[in-house]
Design a protein around this ligand. Sequence first.
Ligand code: 8X3
Length: 253
Amino acid sequence: MNKIALITGATAGIGEATAVLLAQNKYNLILTGRRKERLDLIKEKITKQTSSKVTLLQFDIRSSKETKNAINSLPKPWLNIDVLINNAGLAAGFSTIQEGTIDDWERMIDTNIKGLLYITRLISPIMIKNGTGHIVNLSSIAGKETYPLGNVYCATKHAVQSVTKGMRIDLLKHGIKVSSVSPGAVNTEFAVVRFSGDTERAKQVYEGFTPLQAQDVAETILFVITRPIHVNIDDILVMPTDQAFSRDFNKKP
Ligand code: 8X3
């Protein structure tokens, strides 16, 4: 029987690439996100290409109520989630703490930390009951280092690292795997969102070097979730060859 993976933030970037790759590897998918038309398109793409079954849940993970209602709306067989991929997340803004925008901070904290907690709170008891499961949290190099103007974004990813360790301890005796995947620079909508739609500025982030693609991270996630039963990848840091730590890039002029 195909395993079921739930991927949050599946409407673009790493989430979308992971959805396609997992479908190609015989996972049935629950895809979540806010953008209904994007979810529909991805479902269409996957069902054309593969025989995987796809269920969509459109909601805003920043709302605990919406998250609960969405999970409760799943037909019973879909509740047996084998893999939860906590991918939904974003960076909003790039400024000093004294000039930061509070709305940006709230969006990041509410999505990257609180949203991850809301859905994990709902899915982890099901995994415990089933005696099997794997939770994969998308962290970042920003969860390991703090870089200039990254203050709150880096704090949210540090929180992801920390809560991943906490989950690992809590779920240890239940045999539930917990991992984090921490990428460096990935060429997705990430920078466009961070710079509020300023595509020129976003383009500059990835200029002069070869960043990761969403597919590279999707392949890393697939590796993490397909290890033998006795192997847990606690954390994996995946960087572009042209990037060392958060601030050193091998940029060509
Ligand atoms: C995304 C990568 O380098 O902007 O999390 O922190 S970075």
